[in-house]
Design a protein around this ligand. Sequence first.
Ligand code: NAD
Ligand code: DAU
Length: 355
Amino acid sequence: MILVTGGAGFIGSNFVLQWLASQGEPVVNLDKLTYAGNLRNLEIVRGDARHVFVRGDIDDPELVAQLLRDHKPRAVLNFAAESHVDRSILGPAEFVRTNIHGTFNLLEAARAYWGKLAGEAQRTFRFLQVSTDEVYGSLGAKDAPFSETTAYAPNSPYAASKASADHMVRAYHHTYGLPTLITNCSNNYGPYQFPEKLIPLVILNALAGKAIPVYGDGQNVRDWLYVDDHCSGIRRVLEAGQPGEVYNIGGNCEKANIDVVQTLCATLNELRPAAKPYASLITHVKDRPGHDRRYAIDASKIRRELGWKHAQNFAGGIRSTVGWYLANADWTESVTSGEYQKWMSANYRERGAAA
Ligand code: NAD
Ligand code: DAU
């Protein structure tokens, strides 16, 4: 079996569902269930004996050691993290604790466990760190996309915490020989994404007739990948990646934020027409401090060496994502309760957009 952390969050839950549907191998899922973790994401596998959910912290040494001892996984995949840049700006401490210290704790536990394995089990064990393109910093309009050899230059507390974790993972391979893999992926979108992130936030604000907040001039560029493709890329890296190596995952899909927002509004006009076009709700608001201008991923290494390529295009991915949010209003209602309202007013009041 494998041990997945953060498997009740957006990407982790999509990964667990895809894994169980396609591989059949059991999963132990360790998740603290922070505001971003939600067992409703895993409803499809409720009662499935191949899925063992454990509520707990990756930064708890006894718990992690016990899970490794009891379940003897062949791999640890670390999705657990504080993941929202704006939250890291308003409160970075939890990012240091979970993303840096939590990853360190997992590495220590994995090192002790792996050290006691023998023969084939030790040779084939993997520790896979799910990381982000934000560790590489910000690109100018004409710069080449991030490759695996681009120097780290993280700009937000979130990006710096992920970069620190990646450095520890690298060090554990270099120093102790732990068979590690790191994936650096670009912006994901799709079902079960918490509506603090751009795409679900736009969909929900639009449906509620609220202002759609676009930071700054809306010309910041992100490189979008449908979440199922990220999950299939991780599976491929786990299956065939070389220990100690880094693989960038991306879908070659750069878009300015304002174009993403316009596409979402046009899709909503079609699927859920309202009295006025949704684009009339677009409101430019105060920019994110230190806002990275452009991300772009060069995914040629994973294509060349592991034969992986994304399957979903942006138009299809956005259509199915909007369709999912329209069809799952009960899910969105369950995650947009009191805590969410507090975040919306903390982040947007100062920016001048109605939350
Ligand atoms: P998310 O915020 O939706 O989910 C994070 C999950 O981790 C939640 O279920 C939460 O409860 C859990 N968690 C948080 N702290 C924990 C702790 N101390 N112990 C155990 N569980 C804890 O995040 P996401 O968007 O699904 O991102 C998953 C991973 O992918 C992160 O490592 C993130 O850095 C990385 N990533 C995200 C994107 C993206 O676009 N969302 C892109 C590239 C990489
Ligand atoms: O690049 C990978 C990263 O993508 C992941 O590592 C992060 O976990 C994930 O949150 C995401 O980070 P971003 O900061 O790029 O995502 P976010 O959805 O917060 O913002 C996307 C872009 O949209 C960014 O340029 C900021 C802008 N934005 C965001 C929000 C929430 C707005 O214009 N308005 C908003 O209200």
